[in-house]
Design a protein around this ligand. Structure first.
Ligand code: PAF
Length: 293
C-alpha cells in the first residue's frame, strides 16, 4: 500500500494503480474529481488553481512530476527547482485532498514512443523555440488523465499555448475531461508568477518587469492603434529595455491561435517570451477583453 494519510488529510500516492483505484472508488461514490497537474515548486499561481478546483469539485488532486520528456535541455531539467517539503506544506494549507507523486519509472518505460499531430501548435512560438516540448507535455498529461480520469483539469493562462495544445489533444483524442483556464497570478509589481522567477538576480528581477510593461503598453496602444503599429511600438519599447533579449512578441486571435494583422478577432491576445540573463520568461495578456489578465 503506497498511500498514506498525513495528519492534515493530504493523501499521497506514488503508484498509478493505487491512485487510479482510489479515485475510481470516490467516483463510484458520486464524487467529482478536480485535477491540477504541476511540476512542483508551487507558488501562488498553482495555489489559485487548487482553490479553483476546490470551489468546483468534490475531490482535489494535484500531481507533482518534473516531466523529463518536455525538457529539450538536460541542464534545464537538472536545474528545475525541486521544493517538495514546502510544496507539501502549501498543499495542506490549501486543503488539497490528494497528491500524486510518481517517480519517472512509474510514468515511463524506456522503449516508449509518443507522437501526436498538433498541427501548427507545436511549430510556432514556444513550439518553435522548444522543439518537442509540447509532445512531451501532451505525452505526460495524457498519461495523467488516463490514470486519474478527472472530471475537470485546471491550467494557468500563463502558458496559453499549453492550454491550446492540451485542449486540442482533448478534442482530438475525445478525452472526457473539461479544461478550466485560470487567470495569471502576478506579483504586486506585475511580474507573472513562475517557478523559474526564483533564479532571477535582484537586477534581473527589476529588468523582468519589461514584459509586463510591454503587455500593458500593448493593451493601451490596441485601443487606438492598428495591430501592425501596436506590434512595432511594443517591439521598439522592448529593444530599449536593458537586459531583455526578446524571443517573440506577437498578437494572436485567442480562439484560433493564429497571428492577427487586423482587429477582426473576438478575443485578441498578446504573447511574449524573453530571456533575462539565462532565465526565460513567458507572459501574455488579453487585449480586448474586459478582464485585463
Ligand atoms: O505546466 C506545467 O507545469 C507542465 O507543463 C505540466 C502541465 C504539469 C505537464 O508536465
Amino acid at each position: 500500500m503506497t498511500a498514506f494519510k498525513s495528519n492534515c488529510n493530504l493523501k499521497i500516492f506514488n503508484k498509478r494503480e493505487d491512485i487510479h483505484h482510489h479515485l475510481n472508488n470516490l467516483r463510484s461514490a458520486g464524487k467529482s474529481i478536480g485535477f491540477v497537474p504541476t511540476m512542483g515548486a508551487l507558488h501562488a499561481g498553482h495555489l489559485s488553481l487548487i482553490e479553483a478546483a476546490r470551489n468546483k469539485t468534490d475531490v482535489v488532486v494535484c500531481s507533482i512530476f518534473v516531466n523529463p520528456t518536455q525538457f529539450n535541455d538536460k541542464k534545464d531539467l537538472e536545474n528545475y527547482p525541486r521544493t517538495l517539503k514546502e510544496d507539501l506544506e502549501k498543499l495542506r494549507a490549501f486543503k488539497c485532498d490528494i497528491l500524486f507523486l510518481p517517480e519517472v519509472e512509474e510514468m515511463y518505460n524506456s522503449s516508449e514512443i509518443w507522437k501526436i499531430s498538433l498541427g501548427d501548435l507545436d511549430k510556432i512560438l514556444e513550439g518553435k523555440i522548444r522543439p518537442g516540448h509540447y509532445q512531451g507535455v501532451t505525452q505526460i498529461v495524457n498519461k495523467l488523465f488516463d490514470t486519474l480520469k478527472p472530471d475537470f483539469a485546471f491550467f494557468g493562462q500563463k502558458d496559453y499555448q499549453q492550454v491550446m495544445v492540451i485542449s486540442h489533444m482533448v478534442r482530438k483524442m475525445k478525452i472526457d475531461v473539461k479544461i478550466v483556464v485560470c487567470p495569471i497570478i502576478r506579483e504586486m509589481d506585475g511580474l507573472a508568477m513562475s517557478s523559474r522567477n526564483v533564479y532571477l538576480s535582484p537586477e534581473e528581477r527589476i529588468q523582468s518587469l519589461a514584459l509586463y510593461h510591454a503587455l500593458t503598453l500593448a493593451q493601451n496602444l490596441f485601443e487606438t492603434q492598428s495591430i501592425v503599429e501596436t506590434k512595432k511600438r511594443v517591439r521598439s519599447f522592448l529593444d530599449s529595455c536593458p537586459g531583455i533579449e526578446t524571443e517573440y512578441f506577437e498578437i494572436f486571435n485567442a480562439r484560433t491561435f493564429k497571428p492577427l494583422n487586423s482587429k477582426n478577432a473576438e478575443v485578441t491576445i498578446a504573447l511574449i517570451a524573453a530571456k533575462i540573463g539565462k532565465i526565460r520568461i513567458i507572459d501574455n495578456m488579453y487585449l480586448n477583453k474586459g478582464n485585463s489578465h
